[in-house]
Design a protein around this ligand. Structure first.
Ligand SMILES: Cc1cc2nc3c(=O)[nH]c(=O)nc-3n(C[C@H](O)[C@H](O)[C@H](O)COP(=O)(O)O)c2cc1C
Length: 341
């Protein structure tokens, strides 16, 4: 019996298998943040291909929170109809769909605005020096995340994921590398986690009780003086009862350095540690390619779900192919049934 193809339930959301398409920016929106036919085809193809949960790319809660001018946005009601078309079509192919709500912080490359961050430190010489957020500015960011969640609900998403990884705004508050504040949002871990805690609470207010909330984190910063696994475990422990249903465990992005050696499943130990130490639900991600590795991760309780990013870009039908190679009977789109033989 395959664990990978066993349904999983988060709150009242039942997902047909444990395969997640993680958020991946398409940089294909118009400069108004609007989704278009590319996004429709791209996401619906993965639903046809058998993914359980598709988490749509980083979608900015305000214009200066975009990584590029071509990111999706959800700062206005006008963004809702096309997103609703995508969620409806994904649903009609049996997959569930989440939206990653995001703010790029100091890593914003959107033109025409000054980026904001916990402290006025640039990512590197290519990026603008950000403005340090004031208390009032922080309040507005929290409100923007809440508004985004409200719109995501109206657009028919099954899950929202708060992006607190990869060196973007919420991660910048969490990490001592980027947060040098001396007020209640800086200093000890509880203060650095305060903005994320406020965002989770505000999103939960707007997000239906029945639907799950995910938070994506970078478990380690990969630089001396940055977040280590134990620091992250402390933060997740403090936030785990705040209404988060699943933790999407990635790493890095806070500074212009790589993770070092990258190999299949290299981030899975962070997910296992969170599960073992805190009993939380997790999604593992990072260089997971083969069906057997994906199966092993969930069967050995190293994660509750597995996300395959570039693999699903290479092959949208990866889940159907994986089921076939593991000898699992799943429902194929009826038009493709003869390919299952
Ligand atoms: C083209 C591309 C865009 C990405 N955009 C996002 C994003 O919007 N949000 C995010 O959290 N991670 C983003 N990522 C990271 C992926 O979600 C994933 O964590 C990463 O690709 C590692 O998984 P993989 O080895 O299976 O590809 C992106 C990755 C790629 C390749």
């Amino acid at each position: 019996m395959s664990k990978l193809f066993t349904p999983v339930t988060l709150r009242e959301l039942e997902i047909r298998n444990r395969i997640v398409m993680p958020p991946m920016c398409q940089y294909s929106a118009a400069t108004d943040g609007m989704a278009n036919d590319w996004h429709l085809i791209h996401y619906v193809t993965r639903a046809v291909g058998g993914a359980g949960l598709i988490i749509m790319e980083a979608t900015a809660v305000e214009p200066r929170g975009r990584i590029s001018d071509y990111d999706l946005g959800i700062w206005s009601d006008e963004h809702i109809p096309m997103l609703k078309r995508i969620t409806d079509n994904v649903h009609s192919h049996g997959a569930k769909i989440g939206l990653q709500i995001a703010h790029a912080g100091r890593k914003s490359g959107a033109r025409g605005s000054v980026p904001v961050a916990p402290s006025a430190i640039a990512f590197d010489e290519e990026y603008a020096t950000p403005e340090e957020l004031t208390a009032d500015g922080i309040e507005k960011i929290v409100a923007a995340f809440a508004e985004a969640a409200k719109r995501a609900r109206r657009a028919g998403f099954d899950l929202v994921e708060v992006h607190a990884a990869h060196g973007y705004l919420l991660n910048e508050f969490l990490s001592p590398v980027t947060n040098r504040r001396t007020d209640g949002y800086g200093g000890p871990p509880a203060n650095r986690a305060r903005l994320l805690k406020e965002v989770i609470a505000a999103v939960r207010e707007e997000w239906p009780e029945k639907r799950p909330l995910s938070v994506r984190i970078s478990a380690v910063d990969h630089i001396p003086g940055g977040m280590e696994l134990d620091d992250t475990i402390g933060i997740v422990d403090a936030l785990k009862d705040e209404g988060v249903d699943i933790w999407h465990v990635s790493s890095g992005g806070i500074a212009p350095v790589g993770p070092g050696r990258v190999f299949p499943g290299y981030q899975v130990p962070y997910s296992s540690a969170l599960k073992e130490r805190l009993g939380v639900k997790t999604i593992a991600v990072g260089c997971i390619k083969g069906a057997e590795l994906a199966e092993e991760i969930v069967a050995n309780h190293r994660a509750d779900m597995v996300a395959l990013g570039r693999e699903l870009l290479r092959n949208p039908y990866w889940p159907l192919a994986a089921a076939r190679s593991l000898g699992v009977k799943v429902e194929w789109p009826k038009q493709y049934e003869r390919a299952e033989e």
